[in-house]
Ligand binder design. Structure first.
Ligand code: ADP
Ligand code: MG
Length: 212
């Protein structure tokens, strides 16, 4: 790998950064979820990320082992739709990364597998106003960076605006999956909380990959 810190350290940094960033935005995520859901998304994510950080603090292993344990702890503690979906995403990425080492292409493939698992479990596709609307454009942008042969941290950061644009575009979508789908048109005009929080998770990873 390219940075001076180990892959396991990057995984730990990611989870710590994610907890800090999502914690800062807990109320915002709750408000977005209250517009068409039950208002718990910020609290759910913070609970899950605290547990995930706790799990890796007690564990010693490869990047893959750490993420598999983090994903399981996240799902157990977070609960709800996002708990199951994001926990599965983290676990699948861990399974794909295994013992490392990894580069941007390996990370892209792992993320793609994790995202496909979310789509299968949640029976959602892009355009349904879910976290997939941030993840899918991010992956497309990341693939372009892989093809360009840039460094891991630079490639990841360059793909972030695609996730943010994808999350912003959910404002004009009517929810077709999850709790907010029951309220249909009421979800119009508000970004999907899961798409917004996914941007924070991806942003937290950008800093971790840069060793910060
Ligand atoms: P809950 O809906 O159980 O209260 P959260 O509020 O924590 O869970 O998370 C809601 C978010 O989960 C939504 O904004 C959406 O992005 C995501 N989500 C819900 N259901 C699905 C699904 N079937 N597929 C993909 N994402 C989903
Ligand atoms: Mg909710």
């Amino acid at each position: 790998m390219e940075s001076a810190i180990t892959a396991s350290q990057v995984a730990r940094l990611w989870l710590a950064n994610a907890l800090a960033l999502v914690g800062e935005h807990e109320e915002e995520l709750g408000r977005l979820d209250a517009a068409a859901g039950d208002g718990d998304h910020g609290a759910t994510l913070v609970r899950g990320l605290r547990a995930a950080n706790g799990a890796v603090a007690a564990a010693d292993g490869s990047v893959g082992e750490l993420l598999v344990q983090a994903g399981a702890a996240f799902s157990d503690a977070a609960g709800g739709a996002s708990g199951a979906l994001i926990g599965l995403w983290i676990t699948t990425i861990g399974q794909q990364l295994g013992d490392g080492p990894y580069d941007l292409a390996v990370l892209y493939e792992a993320l793609l597998s994790g995202t496909n698992c979310i789509a299968r479990l949640g029976k959602a596709q892009p355009g349904d106003k879910t976290l997939l609307d941030a993840l899918t454009p991010f992956l497309a942008a990341l693939q372009t960076q892989v093809a360009a042969g840039v460094t891991l941290a630079d490639g990841w950061r360059a793909a972030l605006p695609a996730a943010e644009a994808g999350a912003a575009a959910t404002r004009d979508m009517v929810a077709r999956r999850g709790r907010s789908a029951k309220l249909g048109e009421r979800s119009l005009g508000h970004a999907d909380p899961g798409a917004v929080s996914m941007c924070y998770l991806l942003q937290a990873a950008a800093d971790a990959l840069a060793g910060q």
